[in-house]
Design a protein around this ligand. Structure first.
Ligand SMILES: [Zn+2]
Length: 119
């Protein structure tokens, strides 16, 4: 897992949440920040390209730091990690809103199970 997050705080929170999980996902290829979120500036985070067994996660450090406290940020990080853990395809690539909702709910259920708050 390669972590390219410039913000020291977001990087620390990501590694805190990751290492707190009972079974941290081993299928993460890369974790990046908003400098790699091209065309998705309004998203807080994104997990995608899990199809080949390796997911990329992007976290929008700028928005996270501007609008959320530590627990909110942890919740959002846990949500993206839940998508990776569950091997979900990226929702941006989906054209099926019902499937998106199903995947989002499944991720949120796991976030609660892991003890983080759902944003
Ligand atoms: Zn999601």
């Amino acid at each position: 897992m390669i972590v390219h997050i410039k913000s020291a705080k977001i990087k620390r929170l990501f590694l805190d949440v990751y290492s707190s999980l009972p079974e941290p996902p081993t299928n993460i290829h890369e974790v990046g920040d908003e400098t790699q979120l091209k065309g998705a500036d309004e998203l807080l985070g994104l997990t995608y390209e899990c199809f080949g067994g390796k997911c990329d996660i992007y976290l929008n450090s700028k928005l996270l730091l501007e609008y959320f406290g530590d627990n909110g940020i942890r919740g959002i990080i846990a949500h993206e990690l839940a998508h990776a853990y569950l091997g979900h395809p990226g929702s941006l690539l989906s054209t099926q809103p019902e499937m998106d909702e199903y995947l989002e709910n499944a991720a949120d259920d796991l976030v609660r199970e892991w003890g983080y708050i759902v944003i």
